[in-house]
Ligand binder design. Structure first.
Ligand code: B12
Length: 207
């Protein structure tokens, strides 16, 4: 693991900030730091699973990452102002309040010129459907970090069909525990392992 990932895993806030500042000052693009930060958070999650970290440490890791992202997000969004490339509805599914990854995806999409309709966290299915209908977005992105929310994503996909919207919108899912199998279970069209992959998928859809 990199020095940034290690510092985040060890909850050394000042160290994380210092390393991030140093790499940005050296001219490194902010997007290249995301994978390392993510690695650090995965390591925190593992320590939590092993009962070596408790919920307080999970909360603290999120605080550290949120503070770092407050610096990185404006940089990720700082693309040249162009005409909207298209609309994307995004949110974290009902029952789940994890939003750091979803916010990164939203920031990168904005930076790439997409109009993002961010519904926030713990989003009920009806709200996703309503937003897709009202906005005419061709992409719906759902974030899920808790495995017991997979059925919720499946329900949203089925509700899109029931509302006559399924052929008008592509559904993309993401979040640490998601994978291709989860995508197949939910009936979503795409699974994105990270935010950059998510942006690439949107670019393909709107090409
Ligand atoms: C920080 C954290 C928290 C914070 C969240 C704060 C916040 N505002 O988000 C807090 C402390 C609140 C929290 C709470 C809980 N958490 Co938590 N948490 C984490 C942790 C350590 C990091 C998550 C994170 O921010 N990662 C960094 C971001 C950048 O990564 P990411 O979200 O995966 O996003 C990237 C990609 O996945 C992708 N992506 C994400 N979403 C989307 C969406 C789309 C559309 C696309 C295209 C891409 C995409 O792009 C992102 C950037 O590349 C994870 C560990 C892990 N492995 O992820 C556990 C983890 C997710 N949590 C877990 C658990 C169990 C919980 C709790 C139930 C704990 C408890 N007992 O209360 C609660 C649940 C609360 C709830 N109802 O939601 C488990 C889930 C296990 C499971 N598979 O179901 C994990 C995996 C930890 C573990 N190993 O046990 N958590």
């Amino acid at each position: 693991m990199s020095d940034i990932a290690n510092a985040l895993r060890d909850l050394k806030e000042d160290e994380v900030k210092k390393l991030v500042d140093r790499r940005l000052a050296a001219g490194e693009p902010p997007v290249s730091l995301l994978a390392e930060l993510n690695q650090g958070m995965v390591a925190v999650g593992e320590l939590f699973s092993e009962k070596k970290y408790f919920i307080s440490q999970l909360i603290f890791s999120a605080e550290i990452l949120k503070n770092v992202m407050a610096k990185l997000e404006p940089l990720l969004q700082a693309g040249p102002q162009t005409e909207s490339k298209g609309k994307v509805v995004i949110g974290t599914v009902k029952g789940d309040i994890h939003d750091i990854g979803k916010n990164i995806v939203a920031a990168l999409l904005k930076g790439a010129g997409f109009e993002v309709i961010d519904l926030g966290v713990d989003v009920p299915g009806e709200k996703f459907i309503q937003a897709v209908r009202d906005s005419g977005a061709k992409v719906l992105g759902m974030s899920a970090l808790l495995n017991f929310t997979y059925p919720e994503m499946k329900t949203v996909v089925e509700s899109l069909a029931a509302a006559g919207l399924r052929d008008k919108v592509k559904v993309m899912i993401g979040g640490a525990p998601c994978n291709e199998q989860v995508r197949a279970f939910t009936g979503a069209d795409y699974y994105a392992p990270d935010a950059v992959a998510g942006v690439n998928i949107c670019q393909e859809i709107y090409a």
